[in-house]
Design a binder for this molecule. Structure first.
Ligand code: A3P
Length: 322
């Protein structure tokens, strides 16, 4: 046995075990020895019971908002730095540790369910492993819309934030830009439009770590057109004992073009301007291009969902027919 100063020892250790360079936070309640040294104020009930994982632009904010209207459901406190989402499992916040993550959650009350929503989780390769290690046997909720529409919504989102590439190039130019020829910023925008939409590939990554019974699929189109039904299905899938009737508190707002919260005054309160934007329909060239682009992935998704006994979202079964 040789002595080495701490840094040198650490370097030597991580050279031998490079896969251990990044921490992996495990569930403290899974081992008695960990529980015994944990502060008495902490317990695993203040970790989320389910997590809405995205992907972005599928209606995750509306879903989050509707869930917070449920009298027995509480969300994480908003994060001031990442557009209210905690984004713990997907980026560098993970290295801030478990206490940092837990500080976002309210003290649990009896029969209250706590959840978190970070739309960046779904398509980040590292998330399923990290999330299931800390929250084993918890549901993850995935909202799926036609990936072509998701791509277009992201493009419109970037345009409205004055992204230089989205302002300069049309949607069609963005999705068909050639790597190596087009400017790197345009290719980066293209990837953020297109990559999250390979739903089958991302779901397969989740299924490496989580049993299919813990994956809940929300049909994003149904969430838009008939949110009360979508919320009924979701509550059933999550095993809620008290099913909240959303048809009493959600009303279609003609001006917004979406369902909004019905206030006791009879007026409606809708999501802000950044959600449910008005923009022209997608051009036909892009529609055709993306139809082909996602064809194989969508076919795989249908097979995958069938294989794990999940309902096929309406938009996906329509695609399988054509
Ligand atoms: P658009 O703004 O492109 O229409 P996310 O919250 O995951 O970023 O998704 C944003 C999308 O949620 C919006 O995209 C909109 O289509 C959809 N959405 C679904 N229900 C909504 C609602 N009740 N109010 C506003 N947007 C809603």
């Amino acid at each position: 046995l040789k002595y080495e100063p701490p840094m040198a020892l650490a370097r030597r250790y991580f050279n031998i075990y490079p896969e251990e360079r990044e921490p992996l936070w495990k569930n403290p309640c899974a081992q008695r020895r960990h529980l015994e040294i944990w502060s008495e104020e902490k317990n695993c009930n203040s970790l989320p019971s389910f997590v809405v994982v995205g992907p972005q632009k599928t209606g995750t904010t509306a879903l989050y908002w509707f869930l917070t209207m449920h009298p027995h459901v509480k969300s994480n406190h908003p994060s001031p730095t990442t557009f209210e989402e905690v984004q713990f499992f997907s980026g560098s916040n993970y290295f801030k540790g478990l206490d940092w993550y837990m500080s976002f959650f309210p003290t649990p009350e009896n029969n209250t369910v706590i959840f978190e929503k970070s739309a960046t989780y779904f398509d980040q390769q590292v998330v399923p492993k990290r999330l299931t290690m800390l929250l084993p046997s918890k549901h993850v909720v995935v909202v799926l819309i036609d990936p072509a529409k998701r791509a277009y919504s992201w493009y419109q989102h970037m345009r409205s934030h004055n992204d230089a590439s989205a302002s300069k190039y049309s949607f069609y130019e963005t999705i068909t830009a050639q790597p190596g020829k087009a400017p790197p910023a345009l290719i980066s925008l293209q990837r953020r439009c297109l990559d999250p939409g390979f739903y089958a590939r991302h779901l397969e990554n989740w299924l490496e770590y989580i049993q299919s019974q813990y994956i809940v699929i929300v049909d994003g189109d149904l969430l838009k057109s008939d949110p009360s039904s979508a919320m009924f299905n979701l509550q059933t899938d999550l095993g809620f004992t008290e099913i909240y009737q959303y048809d009493k508190i959600l009303k279609f707002d003609k001006r917004k073009g979406f369902f909004c919260q019905l206030l006791p005054t009879g007026k409606t309160k809708c999501l802000g301007r950044g959600k449910g934007r008005q923009y022209p329909d997608m051009d036909q060239l892009s529609v055709k291009y993306l139809d082909t682009y996602y064809k194989e992935s969508n076919t795989k998704l249908t097979e995958l969902l069938r294989g794990i006994n999940k309902p096929i979202p309406g938009w996906l079964s329509e695609k399988s027919v054509t």
